[in-house]
Ligand binder design. Structure first.
Ligand SMILES: Cc1ncc(COP(=O)(O)O)c(C=O)c1O
Length: 362
């Protein structure tokens, strides 16, 4: 059942009658609320998370032939936006504990063509932003974050969306902060970036980075903004439910088979867009969960450096951890409506499978 259905229906009726469907009060208010929640100067609603990536990278000055360092363990859109700008995604391996870009491997991938680093807090886990920003500062690079999966995630006590020049959001219906269709946003630390993106999303040209950019249609519509605002008001409550489910899973899953945040996670908040476990015998674990009637997910298998579009990309070095995550990781249900008894039951299936002497060989 759609959470907040009655409230959404009541607001929808008002919106329908108002006749103001494009760039009116709901989008304006959502942008203000998101900027405050994300700790940034301004936020601009756009048509999707993919569109947000494209326009953010463009405004950060990524031009044809430039390189953008990113992770191969992410959704296709991360790479697509770079390729659409005729730039080159350069893949760097991930860390096994949080499945995020490994900052120790980023610097070796920097070349004279590198223009930006694009970290992706995958499944809602914070990336090591101090280390990434330090490398960016040393080499004069921009940091544009693909934050599609991590609205609400904190890095050292602050919203992770505020930890780069720009961070994108997606409101795709499976996201923790969802709409009922497509939608996205760009969180901007600098108001000038936001003003430029506002122009571009509404067919107005922009002069920046010694280039004249064409505008196009990348507007977030009022219906989506209205629904997202209703869900935003409930976000903390729904996140608390996801946190409860994650804590239940944590009590069953051995520490080396699940997320480990650096430094024990001091000041970090993981938002559990997905809760993952890993096993060398993922298929066996999947069968055990399947037999218990549990829907699981498998993502990024194979990772992007094995995608058909990898001909447009470069791997900075071998990517063994991304490969291993692609082979081993599986996600458990963690939506806010999951009953806690179900979480206990699912957790115990995983525990029994992964237990020494169980079936797993984890
Ligand atoms: C990491 C990542 N980047 C980008 C996107 C693209 O977002 P959208 O589907 O809103 O275009 C998604 C969403 O599916 C995603 O998970």
């Amino acid at each position: 059942m759609l959470p907040c259905k009655d409230e959404i229906l009541a607001k929808f009726e008002r919106l329908l009658v108002s006749g103001r469907y494009i760039l009116a009060d709901e989008v304006r208010l959502l942008e203000e609320e998101l900027a405050a929640a994300c700790g940034v100067a301004d936020c601009v609603g756009v048509a999707s998370g993919s569109s947000a990536l494209f326009v953010a990278l463009a405004m950060a000055g990524v031009r044809p032939g430039d390189e953008v360092i990113t992770t191969p363990y992410t959704f296709d859109a991360t790479m697509e936006a770079i390729i659409l700008l005729d730039a080159v995604p350069v893949f760097v391996d991930i860390r096994p504990g949080d499945l995020n870009l490994d900052p120790d491997k980023v610097e070796a991938a920097v070349t004279p063509r590198t223009r930006a680093i694009m970290p992706v807090p995958i499944f809602g886990a914070p990336c090591d932003m101090d280390a990434i920003n330090a490398i960016a500062d040393r080499h004069g690079l921009e940091v544009v974050m693909d934050n599609a999966q991590a609205f609400g995630t904190l890095y050292k006590g602050r919203p992770i969306s505020a930890c780069g020049r720009m961070a994108t959001l997606s409101f795709y219906p499976t996201k923790n902060l969802p709409g009922i269709g497509d939608g996205g946003a760009v969180c901007c630390r600098d108001k000038q970036d936001a003003e430029r993106i506002r122009r571009i999303r509404g067919h107005q040209p922009v002069r920046a980075n010694n280039h004249l950019y064409t505008g196009w249609n990348s507007r977030l519509d009022e219906v989506q903004a209205m629904v997202i605002r209703v869900r935003l008001a409930r976000f903390a409550e729904e996140q608390a439910d996801r946190d409860r489910v994650a804590a239940i899973y944590d009590s069953y899953v051995p520490a080396d088979s699940r997320l480990r945040l650096d430094g024990g996670g001091q000041g970090m908040r993981m938002t559990y867009h997905q809760y993952w476990v890993r096993s060398r015998d993922r298929e066996g674990l999947r069968r055990a969960l399947d037999a218990a009637g549990v829907d699981v997910g498998v993502y990024y298998d194979p990772p992007l450096h094995r995608h058909e579009l990898a001909v447009y990309c470069r791997a900075a070095a071998d990517l063994p951890e991304a490969e291993r995550a692609g082979r081993e990781v599986l996600t458990l249900p963690i939506h806010a409506a999951l009953p806690f008894e179900d979480a206990h039951r699912i957790g115990s299936v995983v525990r029994d499978f992964l237990a020494p002497g169980g079936n797993s060989g984890a």
